[in-house]
Ligand binder design. Sequence first.
Ligand code: ADP
Ligand code: MG
Length: 240
Amino acid sequence: MGLQVYNLHKQFTTRNGSLVALKDINLNIEESEFICAVGASGSGKSTLLRLIAGLDTPTAGHIQVDGVKVTGPGPDRGMVFQKYTLYPWMNVAENVGFGLRLQGISKSERREKVGYYLQVVGLSEFARALPKELSGGMQQRVAIARALASQPKILLLDEPFGALDAQTKETMQQFLIDLWRNTGVTVLMITHDVEEAVFLAQRLYILSSRPGTIKKELTMDLPSDRTYHTKRHSTFQDCK
Ligand code: ADP
Ligand code: MG
């Protein structure tokens, strides 16, 4: 169960011919794991996540969620992007409930779920606020609530804290760990920030660039807890 990626390839057609962005990627993510995939800019991280989310199609290979092959997007995979991508004209509650509306879920059920997930991300008081009235970190929590509202099997995050200042980023990292602990949701987060990945993940996939392949897989022998942060520096060196 969980998420499996089998022999994933992605080739883009470009002006000069073609570009292999991902080559022979295999991932096995168990239910309730917190996994980070790390790689330099251009290593194919976003492409990998977009393929898993079903926002783009692989050239070869396939993806399974809970043993079922998936093609195209679905509520089983909740996606959070670097730029919060909230609808600016919708208030916070409407943003969180948007996917549920598309799924045809009734208004009363929607209200209940939106209320619950706003509580989960600590934004109940901001249900009627517009995105622009919120800080970057808060907007990203709205995006996370929106992704969680469809009760996905896996939460996919593409450099979710990349646009935040250092302090907000740290707060959000702790928030994400707490969220993961409290909900037991499976997390696949992508980042170019090795330190962030080492801090957060139970297991790391390290991507090499051009074409993106899995260079290394590291299992962290310590729980994702801030207390252990300093002890993880040896692993940090291993990622280089
Ligand atoms: P990352 O997120 O790790 O920075 P990307 O997945 O965005 O990397 O990109 C990986 C490679 O694929 C890059 O060389 C990028 O230019 C190329 N690429 C990504 N999307 C497209 C596209 N739609 N068409 C052509 N090339 C693309
Ligand atoms: Mg990217």
